[in-house]
Design a protein around this ligand. Structure first.
Ligand SMILES: [Ca+2]
Ligand SMILES: [Ca+2]
Ligand SMILES: [Ca+2]
Ligand SMILES: [Ca+2]
Length: 368
């Protein structure tokens, strides 16, 4: 572990120096047209073995030199600021509480492409660096910042974790943009470990936005508009380890990428890791996907494994409540009931709904 920390410290210092030298010496940003990608270059095929506790090896430790070379080749004009996590805190399920029982407590719903699977395939060993605990978003004039906290663990674990932010820019429930980061992660903002995918034919949700259409054969996120510091905007998206919070990553991307009204959710994926296969519940049947819930017949997790994602938050608009993937906490509360129904009550604070009947005192008869 000490050796790994040392390596990333050296890497961070090298990158800072490289970026500084590059900014000082480079001319105006060069724009490179990207070929249309049809598959993710970080993709790993899902394993079908029975014991996959020996998880896929990351490319993180093998790509330090190419990464430094990429940084040197980048031409950045704008860099995100050093900002603390901000915005409303949104919570995901904490699976650490049942990790010892090799299961998720709740919060996994294959039917709506919502996964709580920070566990190895079949064996169900817990992986805290995959277990999303909170996620939040803040913006300034130029940037959107998304911070994701995990329950613990090493973001640079050799299993190789991709972290991501999915954007639904027209809030129809079909993801439109995926900001997707690969190891290594450092406390320095890096664009050279980030890719931005787009979907050009509206099939990230298959035929239906959140329900399973298994087995669907579309191309999911099918083009890359930003590839590790290269693209029409070489500063489009960045990632770093949160320097102030343990086991947390931060994304920064240009506000032009999301617009002013969008939905967003986040991902931690060390399993399938293939944006061209979004949504995962469209690619595998429920039986093949398995389940992290012990009393379900699909237990344990199988084809959809080592992954955690979240419901979606509405940003910049008031949701109707019908938006697919919308977090339940954002769904509007009913303001009226049909005729003959019960009287609506307010449960804020929650104890206002505790209707404890206190018996009336029995009057004491006057003395005779
Ligand atoms: Ca979680
Ligand atoms: Ca959409
Ligand atoms: Ca679907
Ligand atoms: Ca597509």
């Amino acid at each position: 572990m000490r050796r790994k920390v040392f390596i990333y410290s050296i890497l961070g210092g090298t990158l800072i120096l490289s970026i500084a030298c590059n900014l000082a010496s480079s001319p105006a940003a060069s724009i490179t047209a990207l070929p249309q990608a049809t598959t993710a270059n970080t993709a790993a095929p899902p394993s079908t073995g029975t014991d996959t506790n020996a998880v896929a090896q990351s490319e993180s430790t093998a790509t330090l030199e190419p990464l430094v070379a990429t940084v040197l080749a980048s031409h950045h004009i704008a860099t995100p600021v050093d900002i603390s996590a901000g915005g409303t805190i949104n919570y995901d399920v904490d699976s650490s509480v049942t990790a010892g029982e090799n299961r998720a407590p709740y919060g996994d719903s294959y039917n709506i492409n919502l996964f709580e699977r920070p566990f190895t395939q079949t064996v169900m060993n817990y992986l805290p660096e995959l277990d999303i605990l909170t996620f939040r978003l803040t913006q300034d004039t130029d940037w959107v910042y998304v911070s994701i906290s995990m329950t613990g663990g090493d973001m640079n674990d050799p299993i190789g974790v991709n972290y991501g932010v999915e954007l639904d820019t027209d809030h129809d429930g079909f993801g439109d943009v995926l900001v997707w980061a690969t190891p290594p992660y450092t406390t320095t903002w890096l664009a050279e470990t980030v890719q931005v995918y787009k979907d050009t034919n509206h099939d990230t949700g298959g035929a239906s936005a959140e329900k399973s259409d298994a087995v669907f054969q579309g191309n999911g996120y099918d083009s890359i508009i930003f590839d590790r510091g290269q693209g029409s905007d070489t500063d489009l998206a960045w990632v770093r380890l949160d320097p102030l919070v343990a086991s947390a990553v931060q994304f920064a991307f240009k506000r032009s990428l999301a617009g002013n009204a969008f939905m967003w959710g986040v991902w931690a994926d060390a399993g399938i890791r293939d944006p061209s296969k979004f949504n995962y519940n469209d690619r595998f049947t429920e039986a093949d996907a398995g389940s992290p819930i012990k009393n379900k017949p699909g237990y344990p997790i199988k084809a959809i494994y080592q992954v955690d994602n979240t419901c979606w938050i509405a940003q910049g608009f008031k949701p109707t409540g019908d938006e697919p993937h919308l977090c339940p906490s954002l769904q509007p509360q009913p303001t009226h009931q049909p005729k003959g129904g019960p009287t609506p009550v307010s449960c804020v604070p929650w104890w206002a709904c505790l209707r404890i009947r206190i018996p009336s005192p029995t009057p004491i008869p006057p003395p005779k």
